[in-house]
Write a protein that binds this ligand. Structure first.
Ligand SMILES: [Zn+2]
Length: 431
């Protein structure tokens, strides 16, 4: 029977969102948590981008070491041959390539440079470059699929399949679909294409989660696997995208979904709480008080009728248990003397903090190496390092060193850049 898989795109769509970002170490931590949760795949970055390169290389190395268990690491790029070839030099083996399929975008982004046939031609060239470059699973993204002509989408999907695509990504790029429309359109698309569909839904009408699970149901009803794109806490372009935990809970507990629509991977929901909190802190975007599952009020009851009912039997006012999603820890912060380690820390503090985590260093040299990494990691994150980050640094020091190494390219041409001030207003950069 066809099943539902999850591809989390926080490390791609989430980080490209305006005004927010993650450090390369924070992105790595996200991969770590997602793998512990049992998420099928992480769209972990942009392999052709210079400043992502060391992060990509190190995460692939971590994967080979087993740090991410079975989770697939997949890179994203435009369906442009050059981007694909550039990205593949990292050794990434799973790739999604993206190109618009709606007339709106074909006309108003490419301005006559490409028409429908040209879109298919570019996609096929990029897909072939991926296949020739040794990509094991290729996803082809139809950007703005929800506003695309169905006949053209089918043609595009068939050409993608022939060029080696394992999945077609149906992107509701601007959040236009509704649960009814996406279920029906994806069902039609899946029936005619006969291979797995990815759902990539945005939240501009507040329906990203509903659309994702409805679209997945449409694919499964047509007999093909569905891959839901999610992000942690729903972070994503503009109003965000489908929240990972909400989609899982909808499939587990939603009426009409909890039977018949099965999640393929064994998900460890107890990681959800740690993952949501880490991500909120890393992005510096607080979890809304009413966020499903992980919001401060998700299991809070105050009004007379609700508190009385919940105390008598939690089923009166709760759909699922808080323990299920790992809300079991008691948060207790020291209020007296506190020793921390970080950017300007030394050996004594480092040893003390690590001892508290149950980690000791074999010799002085190892301790020094870890201290350097901790200092650089703190300088890199510009936020206090979490216990899990400290653990991760000690577990995978070589890979962390590579993740922390970012070197911008020198200017092209000769000489250094210098600025010239002209009449007090504009500043001009010159070689
Ligand atoms: Zn998106």
């Amino acid at each position: 029977m066809a099943k539902v898989y999850f591809i989390d795109v926080t490390n791609r769509d989430g980080v490209q969102t305006a005004r927010i970002s993650l450090s390369k170490l924070q992105k790595t931590m996200l991969n770590w948590y997602l793998s512990q949760m049992g998420v099928h795949q992480s769209e972990f970055g942009f392999p052709f981008l210079g400043h992502e390169r060391n992060y990509i290389l190190a995460n692939l190395a971590l994967h080979r070491k087993g740090a991410f268990e079975n989770m697939v690491l997949e890179g994203w790029c435009r369906a442009v041959e050059g981007d694909v070839r550039g990205g593949l030099t990292t050794g990434v083996k799973h790739l999604n390539i993206s190109i618009p399929t709606s007339d709106q975008m074909i006309v108003h982004k490419f301005g006559g440079r490409l028409e429908r046939e040209g879109i298919i031609r570019e996609m096929v060239e990029a897909a072939r470059a991926a296949r020739d470059g040794g990509v094991e699973t290729l996803g082809v993204n139809a950007e703005d699929a929800s506003r695309s002509d169905m006949e053209f989408l089918v043609e595009f999907g068939q050409a993608a399949r022939e060029a080696g695509a394992a999945r077609l990504r149906y992107c509701d790029t601007i959040g236009y679909d509704t649960p009814d429309s996406i279920r029906q359109r994806v069902n039609q698309l899946a029936s005619r294409l006969g291979y797995p569909i990815e759902l990539h839904c945005h939240n501009d009408l507040g329906m990203a989660v509903a659309n994702s699970v409805a679209g997945a149901a449409g694919a499964i009803d047509a007999g093909v696997d569905a891959y839901i794109n999610t992000s942690v806490n729903g972070i994503g372009e503009r109003a965000g995208q489908a929240d990972l935990l909400s989609c899982i809970m909808a499939l587990r507990f939603g009426r009409g979904l909890s039977e018949g629509y099965e999640i393929a991977d064994p998900i460890d929901l107890t990681v959800a709480w740690r993952l949501a909190r880490y991500t909120a802190d890393a992005f510096q975007v607080p979890i809304p008080i009413n966020q499903p599952g992980v919001g401060a009020n998700a299991f809070a009851h105050e009004s007379g009728i609700h508190a009385d009912g919940a105390l008598k039997d939690r089923h009166n006012y709760e759909l699922y248990d808080y323990q299920l999603i790992g809300r079991v820890e008691q948060v207790c912060e020291p209020t007296g003397r506190t020793i921390t380690t970080g950017e300007y820390g030394g050996m004594a503090g480092l040893k003390y903090v690590y001892e508290r985590l149950g980690i000791a260093f074999a010799d002085e040299e190892t301790g020094r190496f870890v201290l350097n990494l901790v200092q650089y990691a703190n300088a890199h994150n510009q936020a206090p390092l979490t216990d899990d980050e400290l653990r991760f640094i000690a577990m995978y020091p070589e890979e962390v060193r590579q993740i922390l190494t970012i070197k911008p390219p020198a200017p092209k041409g000769s000489g250094e850049l210098r600025s010239v001030r002209t009449r007090g207003k504009a500043t001009v950069l010159l070689h």
